[in-house]
Ligand binder design. Structure first.
Ligand SMILES: NC(=O)c1ncn([C@@H]2O[C@H](COP(=O)(O)O)[C@@H](O)[C@H]2O)c1NC=O
Length: 514
């Protein structure tokens, strides 16, 4: 008996070519409304699904293939006599191939302001049902959900129109991933509609963006997956204009650098090494901002990642070109700047990232052995706490100190805890991060800053458990401090500030970054 293929696709890419090949091998084609029309228009023989089901397509296409004549033909186990007798008695014929791709739900909800009913109408029911039936019975049925597989399948057909089991199994695995991802997007859409924050099941779906040469270290395998609903203002959506492929560590560092530079609306430059900022500068223009970021730590910036929130021109490009950098991130580059940066630097990665607003519902996932932690991204800043800010010392910060304190508070959030950042005149002059005690982080920051601590301000991501950090800061010439407060021994730190005429501000908000 001739083999039969059921074809029902929303995306008609490559359809006619593939059907043509199946027809030429003597395979009978059965199809639904729009797909059938396309096949007929190409002059190829095709049966209507209604001829198989003896039922019209109804409810605007909501019910067309949902019928025992279809699912019996797909699910009957070919080697099982009872199954074959059962379908035969009912006049159901086996279906050997399913070529289905689904209603474009993702594309529909990606459209701005899509109507709820339009989204709902784009939830495919019959398609996933056929895909799942066929994938379950993959020993007998070949199931194709991706036009990219058409040629592989066509080329694999033997004289009896059989497909090797290994390929059928691979295609079935792909189908279950595909329908799971499709349902995950639908689930996410509905979960957001009803405003549930942390539902009882976490059904994430990501799409492979690229294989990576290796992970954090060369002996670790890795890949990069991106969110299906694109956020343009991310590293995942960045356009690479030049340079070597991004590595695993590059992607994480670039994301960290972008996260910091996007805190600022004024021209800002950020240098990052190993996820921590090693240079941050603000300026009247981006050139000045970069000079300040560079001066933070001219040693650490070597081999680092630089993120800028303004266009890179030729003058800035010359400066960036003069040192070894792994990546530059900016919203745009002039043509001259690209010429300068590409010259003799084939590896230097140039990324163009949109600096539009982030989605407000950015969530952070951190895997632990046996589970996943989920939290809101720490997007809060000085603006969110300004009503609650308290000046706790006898001396109030001057206006200039207050500006520096706000800046210092903004950046310390991005340093690994325990974190201390020092700021002087629109630039970070030192930082200590990832230390297991706070005074240790402060000592590192103060030492790094050297005599740039004179007149600088200090920020701390969490409260001081004792007054030793204030004492170290005072000795180095720090004039003002910003920290959350909240220690049972806050008074000791306040007294120490008063002793050295330091102004101290409590924000009431902690910014741990573990
Ligand atoms: N309802 C059904 O029985 C049904 N059967 C197949 N579909 C989908 O209909 C689409 C193809 O429709 P058409 O051939 O009319 O262009 C495919 O994406 C397929 O997955 C269905 N549509 C939605 O559920």
């Amino acid at each position: 008996m001739a083999k039969r293929a059921l074809v029902s696709v929303s995306d008609k890419t490559g359809l006619i070519d593939f059907v043509q090949q199946l027809v030429s091998k003597g395979i009978e084609i059965i199809s639904t409304g729009g797909t059938k029309k396309a096949i007929e228009a190409a002059g190829l023989p095709v049966l209507s699904i209604s001829e198989i089901t003896n039922f019209p397509e109804i409810l605007d296409g909501r019910v067309k293939t949902l019928h025992p004549a279809v699912h019996g033909g797909l699910l009957a186990v070919r080697g099982k006599k009872e199954h074959m007798d059962a379908i035969s008695e009912l006049g159901i014929q086996p279906i050997d191939f399913v070529i289905v791709n689904l209603y474009p739900f993702k594309e529909t909800i990606s459209k701005p302001d899509v109507a709820y009913d339009e989204a709902v109408e784009n939830i495919d029911i019959g398609g996933p049902s056929m895909l799942r039936s066929a994938a379950k019975n993959h020993r007998s049925v070949t199931v194709v959900c991706d036009p990219a597989d058409y040629q592989t399948v066509a080329a694999s057909l033997d004289a009896d129109n059989e497909v090797p089991f290994e390929l059928k199994q691979k295609l079935a695995a792909k189908v279950f991933r595909h329908t799971a991802a499709y349902d995950a997007l639908i689930a996410d859409y509905f979960t957001k509609q009803v405003g549930e924050e942390f539902p009882e099941k976490l059904t994430l779906t990501y799409e492979k963006k690229q294989s990576l040469r290796y992970g954090e270290n060369p002996h670790q395998m890795a890949a990069f997956y991106s969110e299906p609903l694109k956020n343009e203002a991310t590293i995942a959506a960045a356009k690479q204009l030049h340079g070597k492929e991004l590595s695993y560590n590059n992607i994480r560092d670039a994301d960290a650098a972008l996260g910091i530079v996007k805190e600022f609306t004024e021209p800002a430059a950020v240098a990052v090494k190993h996820m921590n900022p090693c240079g941050i500068g603000l300026g009247a223009n981006i050139n000045e901002a970069y000079d300040k970021a560079y001066e933070t730590d001219p040693v650490s910036i070597f081999g680092g990642i630089v993120a800028l929130n303004r266009e890179v021109d030729a003058e800035l490009a010359e400066k960036l070109h003069s040192i070894f950098l792994e990546i530059i991130i900016a919203p745009s580059y002039t043509d001259e700047a690209i010429q300068v940066l590409e010259n003799k630097k084939k590896n230097l990665r140039l990324l163009q990232v949109k600096f539009t607003e982030d989605k407000q519902d950015f969530v952070q996932y951190t895997s632990v052995r046996g589970g996943m932690l989920v939290q809101d991204l720490d997007t809060k800043g000085y603006e969110d706490v300004k009503e609650d800010v308290k000046i706790v010392t006898e001396r109030k910060p001057t206006d200039a100190e207050m500006e520096s304190l706000k800046f210092a508070w903004t950046i310390v959030k991005h340093v690994k805890s325990n974190a201390i950042a020092l700021v002087n005149n629109g630039r970070m002059v030192g930082m200590g991060g990832g230390q297991t005690n706070r005074v240790g982080a402060a000592k590192i920051a103060l030492e790094e800053a050297g005599d740039k601590t004179k007149g600088a301000v200090l920020s701390s991501d969490a409260f001081f458990p004792m007054s030793d950090t204030v004492e170290e800061a005072a000795k180095a010439g720090i004039t003002a401090i910003i920290q959350p407060g909240g220690s049972v021994r806050d008074q000791e730190s306040i007294d120490m500030c008063n002793k050295y005429n330091i102004a101290m501000v409590f924000t009431g908000m902690r910014h741990f970054k573990h």
